[in-house]
Design a protein around this ligand. Structure first.
Ligand code: FAD
Length: 373
């Protein structure tokens, strides 16, 4: 059994360009053979074919045994579910089994220097040429683009149409001629973001998902999957007990009975209660999905609440660590403490990725609560 998950860097994202330790590869292979990297996906595309209830049992049992999921990433949480819902039969057969086996790492080409929150303003253009589109432009903040095998992206195919109406959703092989990727270095010292440039890149028409110029509704469907996935990330089965309590005992008060500092006790209790609230809301959403509802604007609630909760949790961890959170490198620095500080820095991105918290609040106000502009 491997140690429990510690950080993003311990996870297997699959793909051809990344090397993983032999045991990680073997674990992926064993799980993929059963389709258990994507337990609820149909067996005909390599998935596990499990009902949601059985998949939940699988996840709970794996957590109880301290087993990490064999595969992570946007392929499983975003483009896979989208292709199952909106892709052509050919696209499903081509991509879904490869995703289940962890053979393709995907990245998301949405944001551009002038189009983040206002995504429909995107300027990357695709012009039809025979059986292909020719792609020119730039994406930014493309997570893992330097490691990715494929990208799903939005391009403007009708510059005369209204903002949202001339956009097409494309699948692009990252090995295509004319794709340049430039990593961006981050405050935490790593570099998971990239700028991605397209110069006369040929993308076959068969890689259009949905209709040409009909990509905006596909883009929003994908954001629904993305936001639900981000919200769901912060609900973790923790059979080993609450790590916040363990941390407080280690760094503040070693007493077995209760944590001595009432402020810390109060903050931990609040976070645990809010975590429960999120879990119940996620369970309700899962029930709705079982009844056939696609993720709609309600996914913004999960995304907003999950992100803000994780940021509060990371802030609390930093308060508990106190001066122990200040180490970064050098002798005598505990790598577990550095990792927690890096996770705190990383959590700031939760309120931005997949659409900022302000944008989620706008969507909740308008499309969930029906409030006026
Ligand atoms: C960790 C991380 C991973 C990411 N990965 C990817 C990726 O893989 N692929 C990808 O395409 N993008 C990715 N992004 C980019 C992300 O989607 C954008 O950063 C985000 O949509 C915001 O866009 P922006 O940065 O251009 O900010 P802007 O849109 O310029 O926003 C700046 C500020 O103005 C506020 N604001 C803007 N409009 C409004 C409004 N109407 N009402 C109220 N407030 C508003 C915003 O909330 C924000 O605070 C990632 C971002 C992060 C942090």
């Amino acid at each position: 059994m491997r140690e429990p998950l510690k950080s993003e860097n311990d996870l297997c994202w699959g793909g051809k360009k990344r090397e993983y330790p032999a045991d990680v590869k073997r674990w992926l292979q064993v799980m993929a053979e059963r389709g258990w990297t994507a337990p609820t996906w149909p067996e005909c595309y390599g998935g596990g074919g499990l009902s949601k209830a059985r998949a939940k049992v699988l996840a709970e049992e794996m957590a109880r045994l301290g087993l990490r999921p064999a595969l992570f990433g946007v392929a499983l949480t975003m483009i896979g579910p989208l292709l199952l819902q909106e892709g052509s039969e050919e696209q499903k057969r081509r991509h879904i089994p490869a995703i289940v086996r962890g053979e393709r790492l995907w990245c998301q080409g949405y944001s551009e220097p002038g189009a983040g929150s206002d995504l429909a303003s995107l300027q990357t253009g695709a012009v039809a040429d025979g059986d292909d589109f020719i792609l020119n432009g730039q994406k930014i903040w493309t997570s893992l683009a330097d490691k990715a095998d494929w990208m799903f992206l939005l391009a403007r195919t009708d510059p005369q149409a209204k903002k949202g109406e001339g956009i097409t959703f494309l699948l692009m092989d990252m090995e295509s001629a004319g794709v340049t990727v430039r990593p961006i270095k981050l405050i935490a010292g790593n570099s998971h973001f990239c700028e991605t440039f397209f110069t006369d890149v040929r993308v076959p028409r068969e890689n259009v998902v949905g209709r040409i110029n009909g990509g905006w509704s596909i883009a929003k469907a994908l954001l629904g999957f993305e936001r639900s996935a981000i919200g769901g990330m912060f609900k973790k089965e923790r059979p080993e007990g609450d790590p916040l309590v363990a941390l407080a005992r280690r760094y503040i008060d070693a007493s077995e009975k209760e944590i001595g500092d009432p402020m810390v006790r109060d903050r931990i209790t609040r976070i645990r209660m809010d975590q429960k609230r999120l879990e119940f809301t996620l369970a309700r959403t899962a029930e709705n999905a079982k009844a056939g509802h696609k993720p709609g604007p309600e996914s913004s609630i999960l995304k907003y609440y999950g992100s803000e909760l994780n940021m509060r949790r990371q802030e609390l961890i930093q308060s508990i660590l106190g001066p122990h959170a200040l180490g970064w490198s050098g002798e005598g620095v505990d790598p577990r403490e550095v990792r927690m500080t890096k996770e705190w820095l990383r959590s700031r991105g939760n309120s931005i990725e997949g659409g900022t918290s302000e944008i989620q609040l706008n969507i909740i106000a308008k499309r969930v609560l029906g409030l006026p502009e």
